[in-house]
Write a protein that binds this ligand. Structure first.
Ligand code: SAH
Length: 396
């Protein structure tokens, strides 16, 4: 079957036409007269039966599909080669950055194809497929990728949609990556594992925050990294001159992974504190021991369940801030971060600052960070700009 061929036609409801004409790429089930089940490309028609856009249907979170083109082009290999060529051009600053060898090459709808992201780790790529229809078209997309990125020697793929017969992670093509593979970001080393479950060991969307820590924000400070995962913020801080780091994460594997991150940067992990612990238990422990910190990083998952409770950023972020204030030095820094897409910048900021007011501390917003440049945002789809990071100076 010719994968570029458009077969199905599908009518859009009148009330949804306007947003699509303005380039909004995400289709909801309620935007369509009917939602056919098809893994082919779909031509979307307006309520008068005229061409509106081309795309595909597949459930993904709250969405029902993505629009990829508004100009009646065929969605063939040449189409995807063009998208990927443009994406590569946009990443030139990262290619030119000597101290950075890992970044996002293709950011879904931000680069014109909702449902697929591709990251570069040194000479290897990691594809993440977010829905089944695009996965069905993967050969077309992988062919296009290999044309535009011939220097990538091997690739892995992550299956981020429910499927009974597919693993979460598998080799896709080319050479096998070493385990761990060492990459660099702002001249700091990070160990990544490209074929372990869905995550690689580093969240590339935080590169600018790690960059700020590595270039001096944490210099001379005692840093507490909550929800530390593989300790990336701790390592960036230590490399940037932090006098001490403490990493706290519930997951057992975080201990060895964090040690490894220090080791590959020439830091003896025994000189750093790493706790496999619930963050709320750690706050209680630190208070009991009268421990204080000069810089606290709060970067929780948007949703987490442990034995005792369910954590959501919407409901529980305030508690994290209040607890942090109780162990922050009289003058300190707080990095409040969330990747919760369903929480607005204003609401998140309010939930943090409310706690400052309740605790009656003085605060000043030093910096706000959103997604870095390699996480391209589609201007017509600003909810794709999910990352929110605020760096505050606090005085008690
Ligand atoms: N801040 C990290 C990424 C965090 S990922 C970074 O930038 O690299 C989320 C992490 O939170 C996971 O490693 C998970 O194990 C941890 N986690 C979830 N709930 C937790 C809890 N209650 N206490 C401690 N860690 C928790």
């Amino acid at each position: 079957m010719e994968q570029g061929r458009v077969v199905m036609k599908c009518k859009v409801k009148k009330k949804a036409e306007k947003k699509f004409r303005q380039g909004y790429p995400l289709i909801l089930a309620e935007d369509l007269e009917q939602v056919p089940t098809t893994q082919d490309w779909v031509t979307f028609l307006d309520s008068r039966g005229q061409y509106l856009a081309t795309g595909y249907l597949s459930p993904q979170n709250k969405g029902a599909g993505w629009l990829l083109d508004f100009s009646q082009r065929e969605l063939d290999e040449a189409f995807f080669v063009e998208k990927m060529t443009l994406a590569k051009e946009k990443r030139q600053p990262y290619y030119l950055d000597e101290g950075t060898s890992a970044f996002r090459l293709f950011n879904g709808e931000g680069d014109g194809v909702g449902g697929l992201t591709i990251e570069l780790y040194q000479d290897f790529a990691v594809f993440s497929w977010y829905n089944e229809t695009l996965y069905h078209k993967r050969q077309l997309l992988v062919n296009a990728f290999q044309q535009v990125f011939p220097e990538v020697v091997g690739a892995y793929e992550k299956i981020r949609f429910k499927h009974a017969d597919l693993p979460e992670s598998q080799h896709l093509y080319g050479a096998d990556a070493p385990e761990p593979l060492l990459v660099q970001e702002n001249f700091v080393n990070y160990a990544v594992y490209l074929n372990e479950e869905l995550m690689t060991g580093i969240f590339l969307d935080q590169k600018e925050v790690r960059g700020r820590l590595a270039e001096g924000l944490a210099s001379g400070l005692r840093v507490l990294n909550m929800f530390s995962y593989t300790g990336a913020f701790s390592v960036a801080s230590a490399m940037g001159g932090a006098v001490a780091t403490t990493s706290v994460d519930l997951a057992k594997r975080s201990l060895e992974k964090t040690r490894e991150q220090f080791r590959i940067n020439g830091i003896d992990p025994l000189t750093q504190k790493i706790h496999v612990m619930d963050v709320f238990s750690y706050f209680a422990y630190a208070r009991k021991k009268d421990l204080t910190f000069d810089l606290i990083v709060l970067d929780p998952p948007s949703f987490a369940r442990n034995k005792k409770q369910v954590f959501t950023v919407q409901k529980n972020y305030g508690e994290l801030v209040a607890d942090s204030l109780s162990i922050l030095a009289d003058q300190g820094l707080l990095i409040a971060s969330t990747n919760a897409a369903n929480l607005s910048v204003a609401k998140f900021k309010k939930s943090v600052e409310e706690q400052f007011q309740l605790a009656q501390v003085r605060y000043r917003l030093l910096e706000e960070q959103r997604l870095p440049g390699d996480f391209t945002v589609n201007p017509a789809f600003t909810e794709g700009n999910y990352l929110k990071v605020f760096i505050y100076e606090i005085k008690k």
